[in-house]
Write a protein that binds this ligand. Sequence first.
Ligand code: UD1
Length: 417
Amino acid sequence: MDKLVIHGGKPLSGEVRVSGAKNAALPILCASVLTPATLRVQNLPHLRDVTTMLTLLGQMGVEVSLDEKLGVSLTAAQIEERVAPYELVKTMRASILVLGPLLARFGEARVSLPGGCAIGQRPVDQHIKGLEALGAEIRIEQGYIHARASRLKGAHIVMYLVTVTGTENLMMAAALAEGTTVIENAALEPEVTDLAHCLNAMGARVTGAGSRVISIEGVDQLHGTDYRVMPDRIETGTFLAAAAATGGNIKLVGARADILESVIAKLREAGSVLEHGEDWITLSNEAKPVAVNVSTAPYPAFPTDMQAQFMALDAVADGTSVVTETIFENRFMHTQELKRLGADIDVQGNTAVVRGVERLQGARVMATDLRASASLVLAGLVAEGETRIDRIYHLDRGYECIEEKLSQLGARIKRAN
Ligand code: UD1
């Protein structure tokens, strides 16, 4: 199994390009199921989750081809296998995103019910309730969601809580429903808006994405298009936090600052100097970072997907901070590993008190989930001596060429078997 070996203590410096957003790419790939025509997707990040999604779509019968400009073309002319099997769903929960499109276009779908995962229980009841409101008949049998409908019908849906993939699934299903659907308490995440833009480019009539109320006027059919995925705001935030923690000076190109405001505000509070243009962000942080409190919440508040990385930053900052996780009930697995590097962290329920230490020291640690792994990389970049991170397949799910990109910024990092 691959490991990352990091020799820390060197500030990051230089320029690197941000990849396409994983969490926008995954639903956009699923949108291909909504039309028999070809959807061409550009700026797809080369990640394990994207490969898993392409495998799932391929198994279902979607023709997938890579063109010379690294765009991926998907043609779902006919789909015989309207199934997302357990073997794939267990490795990637976002597989649930095929449920809405399959049901809307073919009137049936069978998707393995995702189980709990490392960061919490993560039920999908809101996806199911929303599809039922659109007229689907849903049974749970032998671990699978069986959904059927003749044609979905527009409905008024009030989401009980804010769910990103839940909003996306319903938006895709409603795109081919008869009549208008209104989703209240929709997720505001920029990836939801990116999917709405892609759907509209395919002929859908979605308005209000990016606000609490999304309206979808259903159409009889969608057509193909050529769509470029937005940049990854979590990858962007991770590199910025890494530069801040190491006292570095970096420029990220192909990055958007307008979708990262809560993170940028916290980095400024931590003492970093940030500047940005339309598609770039620079950060410099000459001094030791200052401890900052963070509390996670749905967009536009501070993202749960950046919590672990900020904990690593706080671990080496000046002062004491309080980190509160409000989205997932078990998203502090990284604290035990950060402590192995010398961090001083106390966890009480969903709150962690982090007392900044003078220095971290390299050790062997284990990645437990995607963003937890990123926090260990950050800590390893700051720590004195050698840090070895095991189980980095978690990291490969969401960060494209992370060791190459960090090496480009001067980090001493390599992959080993
Ligand atoms: C998405 C992101 C993930 C991010 C998360 C929160 C993708 C592929 N993944 O995950 O990186 O960490 O948003 O920003 O986009 N919930 C329910 N019932 C449901 C659905 C959700 O109770 O039917 C709960 C979840 O357990 C969680 C909260 O709602 O506590 C938010 O989860 P949700 O927004 O659905 O996360 P995902 O869409 O799975």
